[in-house]
Design a protein around this ligand. Sequence first.
Ligand SMILES: O=C[C@H](O)COP(=O)(O)O
Length: 329
Amino acid sequence: MTRETRLSPMQLPQVTEPRNPGMELDMGWVRRAQANSSAIERRVATLPGRRSVKKDHQAAWLLRAITCIDLTTLAGDDTTERVRRLCAKGRHPVRADLLQALGFDRLSVAAICVYHDMVAPAVAALTGSGIPVAAVSTGFPAGLSPFHLRVAEIGESVQAGANEIDIVISRRHVLSGDWQALYDEMRAFRAACGEAHVKAILATGELGTLRNVARASLVCMMAGADFIKTSTGKESVNATLPVSLVMIRAIREYHERTGYRVGYKPAGGISKAKDALVYLSLIKEELGDRWLRPDLFRFGASSLLGDIERQLEHHVTGAYSAAHRHALG
Ligand SMILES: O=C[C@H](O)COP(=O)(O)O
């Protein structure tokens, strides 16, 4: 990965990816899915220490990371004003002087991710920007409200203008091995989304085993998920590298078997630029460059952008400013 580390964040050729339509539930394939924990641990242990992204190209990688962020606020005290500020940051994620010094004039995040009540203010604040609004839905984060209400909630958010819906799966279906129930639930959520793209949040920290993560990933893709996402950000364990490797390999296998590319979204606790670089390296090595675009890769993050901007400032000026200068929202 040495010669190919010059990643331009802008002027990416438009690639139109056919949407994953899903397929019949293939229980044989699901049951064959395994996860060798010690091999997975060994593989991810090689990642953080490796200088896979050369210093000269780090700024380009960090700019690319920004274009893949679902800039998120999911707090009980969210207000319209906070969401407006977040959207303004999403439109202009890097200070103009820094961006100019890096040779670019335009950059935005991939999406703004909010609770349902904040969809309309976000849509209004993003008018004309082309930045989609993602709504967390289906009784987020636990997913334990009545099923018909979870389905209805998706429709309400789409009606309010959400272009993307992040649903949460019922963890109990995974924990009890009821793959048909998980498949049916995901199918219904996908149908309720209509044209809006659907990200399936597995809440991996609550699924017990990596094998369950592998199986849940496959079932959600078979049921038509456009993205699979690790976490709500509210579990006690959120995105991790072992879980990511398992999900990424499930995505690779699904692509090999069906020809459809499903996106990946690690979320929760990713707040440092150096961690973002490790995730990008993992994606590049396991799935290839095609997945390093916002239509197939997102970071779900509330504070990552602040640290990336700080690192970019250091790259340009040689000095760090205080973290509060890059506060969000
Ligand atoms: O989906 C996004 C997560 O909720 C964000 O989590 P975070 O606040 O730990 O970055």
